[in-house]
Design a protein around this ligand. Sequence first.
Ligand SMILES: Nc1nc2c(ncn2[C@@H]2O[C@H](COP(=O)(O)OP(=O)(O)OP(=O)(O)O)[C@@H](O)[C@H]2O)c(=O)[nH]1
Length: 358
Amino acid sequence: MSIRLPSTAASEEAPSMSADPAVHELRPEERFVDSVAQLTLHRDIDALDHSLTLSLAELLRARHVLLYKCMGDDGVMESWVSCRQMEAGHYAVRPALPVETAAWQTRLRACQDGQRPGHSAGADGYHYVWTPIHKDGLVAGALMVEGGEPFDAISKVLDGFSRIYSNYVSLIREAERDKLTGLFNRSTLDRQLQRLLERVGLTHQGVAPERLWLAILDIDHFKRVNDTYGHLYGDEVILWLAQQLRSSFPAPNALFRFGGEEFVALLLGPDEAGVETMLERFRARMAAHVFSQIGTVTVSIGFVEVSTAGFSTQALDLADKALYYAKKHGRNQVRSYQGLIHAGALDGGVMSGSVDLF
Ligand SMILES: Nc1nc2c(ncn2[C@@H]2O[C@H](COP(=O)(O)OP(=O)(O)OP(=O)(O)O)[C@@H](O)[C@H]2O)c(=O)[nH]1
């Protein structure tokens, strides 16, 4: 079981969080309502994950709450966020480290098989309660609570929280996705950019060096496709392109539809040449595909490196200049902003781009 770091607390140095002392003065039902209100405050999933573990720890006065998630298609659970009691009233929420004890593995497997909440009692007298998290009828994760309360006292609360969490994740997902393609919509760009910049920062501390790039992809002469064949055929092109983007640039890269025939990709790559090769391969794949009615459709691409102090508006603006150049010089090509500057083909901001930024 490998560890993956959630983006908002991607460091072992993540700050510990204090529980609100007032929470402990509330009656049980008031504490429950307060926890649900806390949980549903959030609008992004990383913050929600943290809040879930902290709210449960406070509500159940647990020693430890662990959230597991199924991240791949193989259904294997990865430990995700851990909230551990440090001293009375204080909790630390951190990316979770994998725990490999045989008893926990058995419990996790039971959750993976979709079994009802289960429990075990440790030799230390503490209880460990586990419940699966379901999404669309499948197991999407699991929650583990370690504390002094016996199983019967908390299993229903835990199960209820797991269902509230799952419903709320679906709502957040819906709000941040483009309806047609399921890619992120533009409102999530800054958050995803931040997430990937944190990752770039991490890998600079000694693992494989990664750099972050922003590419804008725009279907060529798309108006002609719509005007000649109708919007339904246009939509087919958009859907095919989105599908190819997903398979060419899987997570942790982030893909967006900015509306219409414009797409944005946040890509991790070692250097400009490597990213250009990936994008060029994508361009060629698009150009080679024959749609049954329409024939072939091409795409123009502009890209730029996002500096670690990068703002999405600036990166978009520069990538868009490279895209504009590609459009003006024959379309169906990939252009790097830095490459164009080095070649003296762009003179720093004279050209105005084609994407409607805001
Ligand atoms: N099918 C379909 N078409 C869309 C959608 N959103 C926008 N469009 C169309 O996308 C087309 C964009 O056309 P333009 O901005 O003129 O660009 P273009 O024809 O691709 O030309 P270049 O970008 O210069 O190569 C318009 O015809 C829009 O109606 C959509 O969701 N579905």
